[in-house]
Design a protein around this ligand. Structure first.
Ligand code: MN
Length: 484
């Protein structure tokens, strides 16, 4: 990526996280994703006359949890406002949000830079609001469909200060937020379902300038990659314009991932355009110190704590612990695996190499892994018990992955893959192999230990990988002592 020199970039992110409550923020309708359009839109979501919103208490606990997770101030009094705008997927003609008294103020997230140093990104605020419905422009010819199932889904909008200075930092920050909200269990983090969406405010200025440049806001980026590409495109576009003596217009833009470019959507509204005013149908919400203390006491384990526990309880290497704790779903998978395998280190290795290898190769997420934690745990237990060799276990894993079998034990039985550890069965075989390779045997006798690998390899070949390598080693050593 080539960004012209002599410029600095200022980026602030607004992140909309869908809170994972069962029902909506102001109605009892379900928030379930993927149902028949408009089957989960209640009278409140449809904005029928005479209905009134009722706040879903669960959203407060989740917002407070986030605030505590980023060391922010929790407002003892917060209130809702109306943000007025007109769009077909917003039947009320306004969005209920928090303007003057957001639930969370301040706080910060520390990100890791490319040179492994930490950088602090300040959080301005996080407020509660409702999601809008969806306009389906492609479902019908010459018509736009409106699906109000999403209308009223609770959102936590997390706003950062313009402390982010590159697309890399923006992605690092966004990933940290994703990690935090999933660990806090306040958002499922499923980007493919729009559970986390990014708006990027980007501006550029000359390196010696102290004032922020005019910014554009690129809305609704729903993947880390699109976030990175959109910021890159905007940065270069703005610098090109300014270097050509033109200006940057303050506007809202959309990123087109097919063309990998942003384009204008509308000129930027200001707060007055939205005619904010206090929501008259809802009272301010008061949160007591006792409530906050209770939520604090019930805070789930955070990534760094989990990593530490993996090192202390399971003896994992720091890098393995960091890798496994980094993603909550992966960490859960690891802990579920060792319930069956009873061997944390071997399980960690199998997850690191085989499982992550297959997941990356086939671009499958851990939650959709065709091999379950129970299945992998069983497989690792079989290796641990010496029932199969590590080499054979790879074949069994592959069979589990493709769905050829659902049980490692059954597969081993069916294909007669039991590890050969019985000396009385292995010895004659090894004896013959030593006899058949006199030159190599002579070298081994004269102290060339490298030849050990050659003979073990020959035995593995003969047994189709079923011999127990440790036992083979022992037998070869013993036979060398005796006369061969
Ligand atoms: Mn918003």
């Amino acid at each position: 990526m080539n960004i012209p020199t002599g410029w600095q970039i200022d980026i602030g992110l607004e992140i909309h996280a869908q809170l994972n409550t069962k029902s909506k923020i102001f109605s009892g309708a379900s928030t379930l994703f993927g149902s028949e359009p408009n089957s989960q839109a209640s009278a409140v979501d449809l904005a029928l006359p005479g209905v009134l919103p009722v706040v879903n208490e669960a959203v407060y606990a989740k917002a407070v949890r986030f605030g505590l997770g980023v060391s922010a101030d929790i407002s003892r009094v917060s209130a809702f406002d109306r943000k007025n705008y007109f769009y077909p997927d917003l039947p009320k003609g306004y969005q209920i949000t928090q303007m003057d008294l957001p639930i969370v103020s301040g706080g910060h997230i520390d990100i890791l830079l490319e040179d492994s140093t930490e950088k602090r990104i300040r959080i301005t605020r996080a407020h509660l609001e409702e999601d809008a419905g969806k306009s389906l422009h492609e479902a019908f010819d010459r018509y736009t469909g409106i699906d109000l199932n999403r209308a009223g889904t609770p959102l936590l909008e997390i706003v950062s200060e313009p402390d982010i200075k590159s697309a890399f930092e923006a992605v690092a920050y966004a990933r940290k937020i994703h990690q935090l909200v999933t660990y806090l269990n306040i958002c499922d983090g499923d980007m493919s379902q729009g559970s986390l969406r990014f708006d990027a405010n980007v501006s550029v200025r000359r390196e010696d300038s102290d004032t922020l440049g005019v910014r554009t806001e690129t809305k609704n980026l729903n993947s880390f990659r699109f976030l990175e590409r959109a910021i890159y495109y905007e940065t270069v576009r703005q610098i090109d314009r300014l270097e050509a003596g033109r200006s940057v217009a303050q506007e809202t833009r959309l990123y087109d991932h097919n063309k990998d470019e942003t384009r204008p959507m509308r000129s930027k509204e200001t707060a007055t355009d939205y005619r904010y005013f206090p929501e008259p149908d809802l009272l301010p919400v008061i949160i007591t110190d006792e409530t906050i203390a209770k939520i604090k006491a019930e805070m789930p384990e955070l990534p760094t704590q989990r990593q530490q526990r993996f090192i202390e309880d399971f003896n994992l290497a720091a890098t393995d612990a960091a890798l496994l704790a980094n993603d909550r779903n992966l960490a859960d998978y690891f802990e579920a695996t060792i319930k069956n395998s009873q061997d944390p280190i071997l399980s960690a290795n199998w997850i690191k190499v085989e499982l992550l290898g297959h997941l990356n190769r086939d671009a499958v997420s851990i939650t959709d892994s065709p091999v379950s934690a129970i299945q992998l745990g069983d497989l690792v237990a079989l290796i641990q018990a010496g029932t199969i060799s590590g080499k054979i276990a790879k074949d069994v894993f592959a069979a589990l992955w493709t769905g050829e079998t659902s049980s490692a034990a059954t597969y081993i039985e069916q294909h007669d893959l039991h590890q050969l550890s019985d000396p009385s069965a292995l010895e004659p075989l090894i004896f013959d192999i030593l006899k058949a390779n006199p030159k190599q045997l002579e070298q081994l006798r004269s102290g060339k230990d490298k030849l050990m690998g050659f003979f073990v390899g020959q035995v593995m070949k003969q047994t189709q990988g079923k011999a127990n390598p440790q036992e083979v080693n022992n037998i070869i050593k013993r036979l060398l002592q005796e006369t061969v």
